[in-house]
Design a protein around this ligand. Structure first.
Ligand SMILES: [Zn+2]
Length: 83
């Protein structure tokens, strides 16, 4: 099979990280990643994504924004029920 390059490797890396690759492709990819800082960085950031998303969504709304949002949604819900 042809050598793995970074350009063609991103989709492979995602499959690899999800355990969806055949063993031979997996081995070839691991050999490439071992000598490739760009792919190492990609794998590290991909594995870190759940933590980044958790951090990004952990922010809470200011109380007055939450209150007015809830009031808005309640008003819309009522309007839908009436129509
Ligand atoms: Zn690479």
């Amino acid at each position: 099979m042809k050598a793995i390059t970074c350009a063609g490797g991103v989709e492979l890396l995602v499959d690899y990280l999800e355990g969806a690759l055949p063993a031979d492709v997996c081995a070839a990819l691991e050999a490439h990643v071992a000598g490739c800082p760009r792919c190492v960085a990609f794998v590290a950031s991909y594995r870190d994504t759940p933590r980044i998303l958790r951090d990004a969504t952990a922010a809470t709304l200011p109380a007055h924004v939450e209150a007015s949002l809830k009031a808005f949604l309640r008003a819309r819900t009522t309007a839908f029920r009436l129509s």
